[in-house]
Ligand binder design. Structure first.
Ligand SMILES: Cc1cc2nc3c(=O)[nH]c(=O)nc-3n(C[C@H](O)[C@H](O)[C@H](O)COP(=O)(O)OP(=O)(O)OC[C@H]3O[C@@H](n4cnc5c(N)ncnc54)[C@H](O)[C@@H]3O)c2cc1C
Length: 439
C-alpha cells in the first residue's frame, strides 16, 4: 500500500487526504496547529463560501493565467458540490455563491474530518514539519511534535479579579519531541502566509524551495489598501455603494463595484479586496498606485451634472451641500466639496458651471493615492507562490521533485472573493490525492 504523507491539514490537505484514502492509499496528515482546518472555520464570515457556480474570465490570477483554468476543467464547481454531498454536506446557492445549506463553516470542517476518519486517514496535530528529504525512493520528514506534558501541568491564577475569586486555572505545558516520518509520496498542502494565526505561516514556501522549487513574488491579496490622504481620518466608518478602479503607473489594472468601506487608514470592502493584489504588486515594485472611486457608479457624468444644475436652479439660495445631501454620506459631503473647491455654505446661485463640472469629477473620480496594503495578518489570501510552470496541471505533481505534489494557496494562483480560493483548494487537493494514490 502506498504511504502518502500530507503536510498541512487545511482545506486542500483534507480534500487530498480523503481523495487519496478513497483510492486505497495509506494516508497520514501532519498539521502544526492544534486541530485540522482552522482556517475553514473563519471562511465566509463563519458561513464558508465553499465554491461558486460561475467561473468568470479573470477569476483566477497568477503568472500563467491558463494554469488554473486547465486544473478547474478537471474538478469543476459542480464536482466540488458533489464531493461535499458525498461527505454529508448539502449546499445552497446565493446568486451562484455556494454555501453549506445550514450556513455553518464548522460543519464543513467537521464533515471533512469525519470522512477522513471513515476512510482510515491518520492525522497528527501540534506537529510542525521542519524539513523534507528525498530518501531511498521516498521521503524522510523531520517534525517537531508538541506533546502536552501532564507531569508538568502547573496551576496559575487567571489575570482578572473575577477569575481570582473563582479559583485556579491550569496552564498547559508542552514538550517538544523531534520525530521522523517516512512516506513514498508527499503532498505539500501547507498554504501560503495569509492569516498566519490560522496556521499558514509561509513555512510551506520554504519546504517547497528546499525541494528545488522556485517562487514568484508573494504579496498579501484580498486585503485592505492604505491611503496617503489625511481626509480618511474624518471619513472613517463611511460605507458607500461605489466603483473602484485601480491604476498602477497610470495603467488600469482592475475594477469592481460594491460596498466600499472608508476607514481611518484607507479603503476596504469587497471591491477593494478584488483589486488589492494589483496594488500589492505595484507597491512591492515601487510603482505609483492609485485607486479611483466612483461614488455614483450607476449615474453617468452627464446625468449627474444635469441633476446638480437643475437643483441649483430650483434652490438658488440653498447652500450647495443641501443639493447633494441625501446622495452622499454626511461625513463625505464636506470632503467632496473641499476637493471641488467649494466652501460649505456657498449658495447654489454662486456656483459656476466649471465648478459644477469639477464637483462631478470629484464625486465620480475620487483619487486615492495608495501607499500600502495591510499585512499578511489581515489578508485573506496570498498572490504569488510556487511557479506553476514547475507543476503538472493534470496531476499537481511536481516537475522538479519526483514523488512530490503541491496544492492550494501555496501555488502561484489567487482567486477573487466569492468561493474561488476554496474551489482552488478542493480541486488541487482532490486531483493531487487521486493521482498520488494511483501513481
Ligand atoms: C478570514 C478568511 C476568510 C476566507 N473566506 C473564504 C471564503 O469564504 N471562500 C473562499 O473561497 N476562500 C476564503 N478564504 C481563503 C481560503 O480559506 C484559502 O484560500 C484556503 O483555505 C487555502 O487552502 P490551503 O489548503 O492551500 O491552505 P490552508 O487552508 O491555509 O491550510 C494550510 C495548512 O497547513 C498547515 N501548515 C502550514 N505549515 C505547516 C508546517 N510546516 N507543518 C505542519 N502544518 C503546516 C496550516 O496550519 C494549515 O492548517 C478565506 C481566508 C481567510 C483568511
Amino acid at each position: 500500500m502506498k504511504r502518502i504523507c500530507i503536510i498541512g491539514g487545511g482545506a486542500s490537505g483534507m480534500a487530498a487526504a480523503i481523495a487519496a484514502a478513497r483510492k486505497g492509499a495509506k494516508v497520514t496528515v501532519l498539521e502544526h496547529k492544534d486541530r485540522l482546518g482552522k482556517k475553514i472555520l473563519s471562511t465566509g464570515n463563519g458561513r464558508c463560501n465553499l465554491t461558486n457556480e460561475f467561473l468568470p474570465e479573470g477569476c483566477y490570477r497568477g503568472e500563467d493565467e491558463t494554469f488554473a483554468s486547465e486544473v478547474l476543467k478537471l474538478f469543476t464547481p459542480a464536482d466540488a458540490i458533489s464531493f461535499f454531498e458525498s461527505i454529508g454536506i448539502l449546499t445552497k446557492s446565493r446568486d451562484g455563491y455556494i454555501y453549506p445549506r445550514n450556513g455553518q463553516a464548522a460543519c464543513v470542517r467537521d464533515s471533512l474530518e469525519k470522512e477522513m476518519e471513515r476512510c482510515g486517514v491518520k492525522w497528527y496535530v501540534n506537529t510542525e514539519v521542519e524539513s523534507i528529504h528525498p530518501d531511498k525512493g521516498g521521503f524522510r520528514i523531520e517534525v517537531q511534535r508538541r506533546i502536552e506534558d501532564s507531569s508538568r501541568v502547573t496551576e496559575c491564577f487567571p489575570g482578572s479579579k473575577k477569575g481570582r475569586k473563582q479559583g485556579k486555572k491550569q496552564e498547559k505545558i508542552f514538550r517538544i519531541l523531534p520525530e521522523t516520518y517516512r512516506a513514498d509520496i508527499v503532498i505539500l498542502a501547507a498554504g501560503g502566509q495569509a492569516a498566519p494565526v490560522l496556521g499558514s505561516d509561509g513555512s510551506g514556501y520554504k519546504l517547497a524551495q528546499s525541494l528545488g522549487h522556485s517562487l514568484t513574488l508573494v504579496v498579501p491579496a484580498l486585503v485592505q489598501l492604505r491611503a496617503e490622504d489625511s481626509c480618511f481620518k474624518q471619513l472613517a466608518g463611511v460605507r458607500a455603494d461605489a466603483g473602484v478602479k485601480l491604476y498602477v503607473d497610470d495603467e488600469w489594472k482592475a475594477s469592481d463595484v460594491g460596498e466600499v468601506q472608508l476607514t481611518d487608514y484607507g479603503i476596504s470592502g469587497i471591491p477593494v479586496f478584488q483589486v488589492s493584489r494589483y496594488a500589492a504588486f505595484g507597491i512591492a515594485c515601487e510603482q505609483r498606485v492609485r485607486a479611483e472611486i466612483d461614488f455614483l457608479p450607476y449615474v453617468t457624468d452627464t446625468e449627474f451634472l444635469k441633476l446638480l444644475k437643475n437643483r441649483g436652479h430650483q434652490w438658488q439660495d440653498s447652500p450647495v451641500e443641501d443639493l447633494i445631501n441625501g446622495i452622499f454620506h454626511s461625513k463625505l459631503l464636506p470632503v467632496l466639496l473641499e476637493r471641488a473647491g467649494i466652501s460649505c455654505g456657498t449658495p447654489a446661485r454662486n456656483v459656476q458651471d466649471e465648478t459644477w463640472k469639477s464637483l462631478v469629477e470629484i464625486c465620480k473620480k475620487f483619487q486615492v493615492k495608495i501607499v500600502g496594503t495591510n499585512s499578511f495578518e489581515q489578508a485573506q489570501v496570498c498572490a504569488g507562490g510556487v511557479r506553476t510552470s514547475e507543476v503538472d496541471a493534470f496531476s499537481m505533481a511536481s516537475r522538479i521533485c519526483n514523488g512530490l505534489y503541491l496544492t492550494g494557496e501555496l501555488l502561484d494562483v489567487d482567486g477573487i472573493c466569492g468561493g474561488y480560493n476554496l474551489q482552488w483548494a478542493w480541486a488541487t487537493g482532490v486531483i493531487a490525492g487521486e493521482h498520488a494514490a494511483l501513481r
